[in-house]
Design a protein around this ligand. Sequence first.
Ligand SMILES: Cc1cc2nc3c(=O)[nH]c(=O)nc-3n(C[C@H](O)[C@H](O)[C@H](O)COP(=O)(O)OP(=O)(O)OC[C@H]3O[C@@H](n4cnc5c(N)ncnc54)[C@H](O)[C@@H]3O)c2cc1C
Length: 379
Amino acid sequence: MHLSEDHRAVQDAVRAYVRDRITPNAAAWDRECHFPREELRGLAELGCYGIAVPTEWDGAGLDYLSVSLILEEIAAGCGATSTIISVTNCPVNTIMMAFANDAQKERFLKPLARGELLGAFCLTEPHVGSEAGGLRTTARRETGQHGDEYVLNGVKQFITSGKNGDIAIVMAVTDKAAGKKGISAFLVPTNTPGYVVARIEQKMGQHASDTAQILFENCRIPAANLIGEEGQGLKIALSGLEGGRIGIASQAVGMARAAFEAAVHYAKERVAFAKPIFEHQAIQFKLADMATQIEAARQLIHHAASLKDAGQPCLKEAAMAKLFASEMAERVCSAAIQVFGGYGYTTDFPVERIYRDVRVCQIYEGTSEVQKILIGRAI
Ligand SMILES: Cc1cc2nc3c(=O)[nH]c(=O)nc-3n(C[C@H](O)[C@H](O)[C@H](O)COP(=O)(O)OP(=O)(O)OC[C@H]3O[C@@H](n4cnc5c(N)ncnc54)[C@H](O)[C@@H]3O)c2cc1C
């Protein structure tokens, strides 16, 4: 896809920041499970916290193609950082833009878009991941000390930025008898009493991003923090995942690109059988396949993003992009390790970390199997 000058300018600005401030630190952050607070502030200054949020709500006022370009660039430097940015943009901002009222946008979306608040999205529970309609966390409406309130109780699992985030969108059951239509969406500041970070997961990769289990223990929030209407929660959650899938697919492409570029560089330097391994056709073919697959994934993503920007439905296209890009990225990162030989399996080179970081792209925001269910339904 031909990029406009504006899109190229966005890409160049983020690429330069990532090259200077993120890529050089990614290995250390991974090793030390360091949350990159300072560099996130730099990304906020570049508008990366509110990419598609209109300027009237203090966002960058860009489109979903820009979301994709930016997330690819950040992921090429650090997969974990791209996940943090991805979640706060979509689903969190996307949901706020579509369903929050003006008072909620004033109070939460504006500071989110300015990068003063970091968003988290609480859908998954210990017993329920793919089957989002089976949530058990409850929200009971009652009149408390501070007036009309909801009281949240339950457990959320695998929440990105559950610890370091400031504001969470939480899905909870308000009417058990109504089944999927009894779920509602709430804005919960993470400093609310009863919002408890129970544990931080020890993960295979993406160590710089915290993934938390959250307990809601009589967590009281004002009734004004209900997003949309009672019973709309599942629709709200799923609507946010469409943009989220474009984001995750873009992250996968960014990580695959970084592994590919490292492999090309190494192949030109490493000598075996009297010539750089790049000159062995088996290696060149591998790199040619990697480049082709990355580009194919990118085009699927840009197609889905352009549909979304045109206000057209893109559920199938976003699912296809996420499915293809995340599975492609694992293959490409594995091939990159192969190009590095034994060194690829060590922590001396970035491909080992990228391979670990990219694996989860096939799992979060809907597994590959769930994407196939969505595509299957659509066709
Ligand atoms: C690092 C990380 C960050 C995450 N961040 C967030 C977050 O910020 N917010 C959030 O809410 N969640 C988050 N998640 C959770 C993630 O979205 C879920 O793990 C994912 O949706 C899968 O749910 P599950 O783990 O319960 O697996 P399950 O739903 O139990 O699925 C297990 C396996 O069965 C398959 N399966 C399930 N149903 C079907 C079916 N009908 N047909 C075929 N196969 C099926 C799945 O594809 C999978 O392979 C995160 C997860 C990770 C690992």
